[in-house]
Design a binder for this molecule. Structure first.
Ligand code: G6P
Length: 369
């Protein structure tokens, strides 16, 4: 191991553990100010953000899943319509532009060709307003954008993105709350609540990291498998997608994510005693729905691996393994529930002996088509 790795075996593991710091750095200016303000997104942001009527997010890979998560926040908190599209699809279709929509690109590297081309295409369609959420200062995409919010995850070396994703989530949450404020949808008490939630987030993420020994204990059960299913609902559905992506990227196990309510429309046919089913089941308003989806899996003999919260009153039983994150953290729960799925992918990959930091056939940044 190189000096840079310190006590860690891989950059991915190190970067997973850097998340409390990366998140704290990304929201530092906001926490110092003590208020959500347009200036966090650049000098011209106040007029632009106050004037937009909707949000169109464009991204690839893990950054796309950050966008899908943000859609729930932007519509719920800011009350603005939000659509999210894979950049390589958007750039090649005849899209109908609404110039009142803000184009938001999300990119760790700021150099992904498809995202850059999607941004150019959006501008050519007549979108005047663009915001880049990016981790690399002065890279191509932020340079081509009107507004910028830099995540401060620091250099990410592992090909599978981890700390970039959770810092993108906090940047996008900050965007949702700022939009809410500029559009007259945020009272002072709620603003203080959101600020408080962000302030406590690095601590909650640290508590989730402390679950590593429990997550590691599951890895041996996944290592011999060829397939896995990930389920979530609502704002945690994109986290299930990110968990499935992490597992396939670095362990080469075929993993697919489904919104749990959609089980009965297809994936249930795949469920038998051989199929591990990972469920993101936090103590939110959809928990009862998710529980009945879990019963559908159990009734077909599927083995459940459930990530829930300490306060969900939900325990292990035959064929149901449970790991509890600390207390449900409310609206920022997707950030906390990302941590265990990242650690699961990491430990399954270790158990299978793959090259965790440099998975086959994949590149850190895709600058060609
Ligand atoms: C590659 C990386 C992924 C990343 C995606 C988008 O596929 O392996 O980890 O999510 O590109 O990259 P970006 O830099 O635009 O976020």
């Amino acid at each position: 191991a190189s000096l840079e790795l310190g006590p860690y075996s891989h950059f991915m593991q190190k970067e997973i553990h850097e998340q409390p710091r990366a998140i704290a750095d990304t929201i530092e200016a906001l926490i110092d100010d003590g208020v959500f303000s347009a200036e966090l997104f650049g000098d011209k942001a106040a007029d632009v953000l106050a004037g937009v009527e909707g949000i169109q997010i464009l991204a690839c890979g893990t950054s796309y899943y950050a966008g899908l998560t943000a859609r729930y926040w932007i519509e719920e908190i800011a009350g603005l319509p939000c659509t999210v599209e894979i950049a390589s699809e958007y750039r090649y279709r005849t899209a109908v532009a609404n110039p009142k929509y803000l184009i938001v690109t999300i990119s760790q590297s700021g150099e992904t060709l498809d995202t850059m081309e999607a941004l150019k295409y959006a501008k050519s369609l007549g979108h005047p307003h663009t915001l880049s959420i990016c981790n690399v200062p002065e890279s191509a995409i932020p340079r081509a954008s009107e507004l910028v919010y830099y995540t401060r995850a620091g250099a990410e070396i592992g090909v599978a993105s981890t700390k970039a994703f959770t810092t993108q989530l906090v940047a996008l949450f900050t965007l949702a709350v700022t939009l809410a404020k500029l559009h007259g949808r945020l009272d002072e008490a709620t603003e203080a609540e959101h600020l408080d939630a962000l302030r406590h987030l690095p601590g909650s993420v640290q508590h989730a990291l402390n679950l590593e020994p429990q997550v590691k204990a599951w890895a041996d059960r996944f290592a011999p498998k060829d397939h896995a299913l990930f389920l979530g609902r609502g704002v945690h559905y994109p986290i299930a997608m990110e968990g499935a992506l992490k597992l396939k990227e670095i362990s080469y196990i075929h993993a697919e994510a489904y919104p749990a309510g959609e089980l009965k429309h297809g994936p249930l046919a795949l469920v038998d005693a051989q199929m591990p089913v990972v469920v993101i089941a936090p103590n939110d308003r959809l928990l009862e729905k998710v529980k009945s989806n879990m019963q559908e899996v159990r009734a077909r003999g599927g083995e459940l691996f459930v990530f829930t919260d300490e306060d969900s009153h939900f325990g292990p039983s035959e064929g149901v393994h449970v790991i509890r994150a600390p207390r449900h953290v409310g609206v920022l729960s997707p950030v906390v529930h990302t941590i265990p799925v990242q650690m699961l992918a990491y430990h399954v990959a270790l158990a299978r002996g793959t090259d965790v930091d440099k998975p086959r056939n994949l590149a850190k940044s895709v600058t060609v088509e």
